[in-house]
Design a protein around this ligand. Structure first.
Ligand code: GAF
Length: 382
C-alpha cells in the first residue's frame, strides 16, 4: 500500500510526500459504554488507512482518494464539509485544528486503505486519525495522540452526525502490538493488556449487512442513557453517567426507571462490569471465562440494548453451538458489521466452512472472515 500511495502521489502532484498510517480497531468487549464515560477494551489491527501528504505552497488543499478514484479541492479560508462525502473527514480535521489555533497551510494529499468496507473496523476513525497524524507531522504541530483522538471524535459529531464516543479514534491512535487497551472513557487513560490466547485465535465474521437508520438508532441510545441519568440523579446524588452505578444497585435502578429505559441502563451498567471481568480473565489466562463474557455481552446488546440484528444474532448463536468456539458476539455499533469470535486455531478452517454454509443457506450471503492481528497505533511512517 505504501508504494501504491507514493506512486499515486507522485503521479498526481509530482513531489515526494510524507506518509502517515492509522489502523482500524476491534473491540474485545465494552460496547456502547464509551459515550457514558464507561470502560472499553479495544485493540488496533493491521488493516488501516494510509495518507500521503505534502505542502503545495497554495491557499488550497488538493485531495485524491484511491478508493473512490476521485479528486477534490477546497480552499483553506472558506470550506464547508458536507455529510456523506469522503473529503469531509479531511475538512473536518482541518476545521478542528484551526479552531484549536493551529494553521495548516495548503497541502496535497492521497488517501488509501485496506479496511474492508462496512466491516465495523472503524475506517472513519482511522481516516481522521491518519489525517491528524499526517498534518501534525507535516506542519510540526507536535499534537499529542489524545488531542488527535478528541479532534477526530468531534469531527465525527459535527460533520458525520454520529454522536460517537472516544473509543475508535483512541484505539487507532494508541494501539500497541499484541496488546488490548483497557480504556477508561472518563479519564481517557488506558492500561495495555497483552492478548495471549494460547491455542485460540480471534477471527471476525463480516455479516456484510448494514441496516439503515443505524446512526439514528445510535444517537437515540445515547439519548436514552442521558435521560436515565437525569431520572436517577435524584436518588443517586453525584452521578454524572451510568458508569457511576454499581451492578448491586440494579434493583433500585429498575424501580426508578420507566420500563422502556431500564434495559438500556442495565446494559450500560452490566457491560462496564463485564469489561473489568474480561480484562481480569485475560490477564489470568482464563479463556473460558473470557468467552463466556463475550456471549453475555452479545445477549445484553441484543436483548437489552437492542442494537443487534437477525444476521448478527444468527452468526453469534451458531458459533456458540460449536465446540471450537469459546465466545462470540457482535462488535461495534451494531445493526450489521462483524461478529468477533474466539476460535481454537486448529479448527479455524472448519469453523469458517461451517459458518459460511449456514449463513449462506439462511441469508444467501457469503460472509467474509477477517483474521485479527493486534498491531500498533498511528504514526508517521516515511
Ligand atoms: C461506534 C462508535 F463510534 C463508538 O464510539 C462506540 O460507541 C461503538 O460504536 C459501540 O461500542 O463504533
Amino acid at each position: 500500500m505504501i508504494s501504491l500511495i507514493q506512486t499515486s502521489f507522485q503521479d498526481h502532484f509530482g513531489s515526494t510526500p510524507l506518509i502517515s498510517f492509522a489502523p482500524g480497531r476491534i473491540n474485545l468487549i465494552g460496547e456502547h459504554t464509551d459515550y457514558q464515560e464507561g470502560f472499553v477494551f479495544p485493540a488496533a489491527v493491521r488493516q488501516g488507512i494510509w495518507i500521503a501528504i505534502q505542502k503545495n505552497g497554495l491557499p488550497v488543499c488538493r485531495l485524491f482518494s484511491l478508493d473512490f478514484d476521485q479528486e477534490f479541492t477546497f480552499e483553506l479560508k472558506a470550506f464547508s464539509p458536507k455529510k456523506g462525502h469522503w473529503a469531509t473527514y479531511v475538512m473536518g480535521m482541518v476545521a478542528q485544528l484551526q479552531q484549536a489555533g493551529y494553521q495548516p497551510e495548503g497541502f496535497d494529499m492521497v488517501i488509501g486503505g485496506d479496511i474492508p468496507v462496512g466491516s465495523g473496523l472503524s475506517s472513519s476513525a482511522a481516516l481522521s486519525v491518519a489525517i491528524g497524524t499526517g498534518l501534525s507531522g507535516l506542519f510540526g504541530f507536535g499534537l499529542p495522540k489524545k488531542n488527535i483522538a478528541l479532534y477526530a471524535q468531534k469531527s465525527e459529531h459535527l460533520y458525520a452526525g454520529l454522536k460517537c464516543g472516544i473509543m475508535d479514534p483512541y484505539a487507532s491512535a494508541f494501539g500497541a502490538e499484541g496488546k488490548a487497551l483497557l480504556l477508561d472513557c472518563r479519564s481517557n487513560d488506558h492500561e495495555e493488556i497483552p492478548v495471549d490466547l494460547g491455542d485460540y485465535s480471534l477471527v471476525l465474521v463480516n455479516s456484510k449487512v448494514k441496516h439503515s437508520l443505524a446512526d439514528t438508532a445510535y444517537n437515540k441510545r445515547r439519548e436514552a442513557c442521558e435521560e436515565s441519568v437525569r431520572i436517577l440523579a435524584e436518588e443517586f446524588p453525584g452521578i454524572t453517567t451510568l458508569r457511576d452505578i454499581a451492578v448491586s444497585d440494579l434493583e433500585k435502578v429498575k424501580s426508578l426507571l420507566p420500563t422502556a429505559l431500564f434495559p438500556k441502563a442495565k446494559h450500560l451498567i452490566t457491560e462496564c462490569e463485564r469489561v473489568h471481568l474480561a480484562a481480569a480473565a485475560l490477564k489470568s489466562g482464563k479463556l473460558d471465562e473470557f468467552g463466556r463474557l463475550l456471549k453475555a455481552s452479545h445477549l445484553s446488546l441484543s436483548h437489552d440494548y437492542e442494537v443487534s440484528c437477525p444476521e448478527l444474532d444468527f452468526l453469534a448463536e451458531k458459533s456458540w453451538e460449536m465446540d471450537a468456539v469459546l465466545g462470540s458476539r457482535m462488535m461495534g455499533g451494531g445493526f450489521g458489521g462483524c461478529t468477533i469470535n474466539l476460535v481454537r486455531t486448529n479448527s479455524l478452517a472448519s469453523f469458517e466452512e461451517e459458518i459460511a454454509t449456514l449463513y449462506r443457506k439462511e441469508y444467501g450471503i457469503d460472509p467474509d472472515f477477517i483474521p485479527v492481528a493486534i498491531s500498533s497505533g498511528a504514526s508517521v511512517i516515511a
